[in-house]
Ligand binder design. Structure first.
Ligand SMILES: *Cc1c(COP(=O)(O)O)cnc(C)c1O
Length: 431
């Protein structure tokens, strides 16, 4: 099995954190998002402990809520000692409504509206990650009008192209995010921010992309950030006390993917940072990281019911499920690979080659192509693994399909955290 929290029982069913997946499907219906809270906690601890052990005092992880944002996630990450990064008024409100402290929120976004800036400041968001000079000035006006000083990090782009999908790579010079170092604009951005009333610059932020397997990408990022910080120190006399390295650690989606050793990577990053700072005689900054995917992805499993099974003779077989791109658009967007298990026959040989298609009127509505699972029958429960990140968060009502429910597993018990959307919910918005 891809993950240690998966097993099978005497009935031959797949179990997630010891709970029978077919029982979950029968109780809560399908499609169903299942989230193993204990696995999320384990991942949080790996980050918190490694960052405490290897990095300067005050370093800690922020959970990137955009990967999976609903109320129930915030008490979990908060109790594990994480801060959170938020990208909209909606994410701020979700975190606050769950009792998450505003002071531990970092507000991202390349195009925050004036209303969102006002909302963030009024709610006491601890840090804004300021993306550009327009935002800097809008934030300054808002902070001054309230008579406060807003703490900020400045987002810069280091000009790196990590080996990941173009759609999730963000550190290149030519990007809509942040201010580029290479063109000299980042230095002017810092100079301007240091002169701007109502804001206090605590340091810099950069995020190079997502689903990154190599520690070397993060080391390259540190080199460039540090070189920039030294330039800024030499020219402007400003020393950053915080560097935020963003998110991006990869998780395995299929058995051929590598598993990233997060602890070892953080250790390598810490050694690289310490060495770089020593060489440049730069005081060690606190490090923040913003893991999203690597905290929640492999804690999630989506359960579907198999419906029509169609064989096009001489071509392929399709197994159609009662969800698809509406609850998981990642195959349609990026051709992302997934592991699928017939949860009703989890001990049977996976010898039936098929393509898993969704229920939408759209040829691109697929979950996985040309994979092997135990031959299913109509009504079998299919489990798609590693769906904790960017599935619920990216779901839609395309084809007027209601969003699935989300169930959390903790200490051997399941509890409903988000109820299934109904057609009445959809109609209720319409006048
Ligand atoms: C998307 C994003 C993250 C989280 O990335 P993961 O790959 O999910 O870890 C963190 N920080 C920023 C700024 C992001 O845009």
């Amino acid at each position: 099995m891809l993950y240690p929290n998966l097993s099978t029982n005497a009935a031959g069913h797949l179990c997630i954190a010891g709970i029978d997946a077919c029982d979950l499907a029968a109780t809560y219906g399908t499609p169903l998002y299942v989230l193993d809270e204990d696995r999320i906690r384990e991942k949080c601890r790996i980050y918190v402990q490694a960052m405490q052990r290897y990095l300067p005092k005050g370093s800690y992880p922020l959970y990137a809520g955009k990967a999976l944002c609903f109320r129930g996630i915030y008490p979990v990450v908060q109790s594990e000692g994480l801060g959170a990064d938020v990208v909209s008024a909606g994410e701020i409100a979700t975190a606050l409504s769950a009792g998450f402290p505003a002071s531990k929120l970092f507000f991202h976004g390349s195009n925050k509206t004036d209303a969102e800036i006002a909302y963030g400041v009024s709610q006491g968001v601890g840090h804004f990650v300021v993306d550009n000079t327009d935002e800097l000035q809008a934030l300054s006006r808002e902070a001054q009008s309230r008579g406060i000083t807003q703490r900020v990090l400045l987002r810069v782009t280091v000009g790196l192209d990590p080996h990941t999908l173009a759609a999730i790579s963000t550190g290149k010079v030519d990007s809509q995010f942040g201010v580029p170092i290479e063109t000299g604009q980042a230095e002017r951005f810092v100079a301007e921010a240091l002169q701007t009333p109502g804001v206090q610059v605590d340091g810099f932020h950069s995020h190079i992309g997502s689903q990154i397997f190599e520690a070397s990408s993060f080391c390259d990022q540190i080199d460039r950030l540090l070189a920039f910080a030294c330039d800024v120190r030499d020219k402007l006399g400003y020393v950053a006390n915080t560097l935020n390295l963003g998110g991006g650690f990869a998780v395995p989606y299929v058995v051929s993917d590598e598993t990233v050793d997060i602890d070892a990577n953080i250790k390598a990053i810490a050694e690289h940072l310490a060495h770089g700072c020593e060489q440049a005689d730069y005081p060690l900054p606190c490090i923040l990281m913003e893991p999203g995917r690597s905290i929640v992805a492999d804690a999630g499993v989506t359960l579907y019911s198999a419906g029509r099974i169609k064989t096009v003779e001489g071509y392929r077989s399709y197994v159609m499920v009662d969800g698809g791109m509406t609850d998981n658009p990642r195959y349609a967007l990026y051709k992302s690979a997934y592991t699928v298990i017939n949860a009703s026959h989890a001990c049977a040989p996976a010898d039936f080659e098929c393509t898993i298609a969704g229920r939408c009127c759209e040829s691109g509505d697929r979950i996985a192509e040309d994979i092997r699972i135990a031959r299913p029958e109509r009504g079998d429960i299919l489990a798609v693994l590693t769906t904790g990140a960017y599935n619920f968060a990216m779901s839609s009502n395309y084809n007027r399909v209601p969003r699935p429910a989300l169930v959390m597993l903790h200490n051997g018990e399941a509890r409903l955290a988000v109820r299934r959307q109904t057609i009445e919910d959809l109609l209720s918005l319409e006048i």
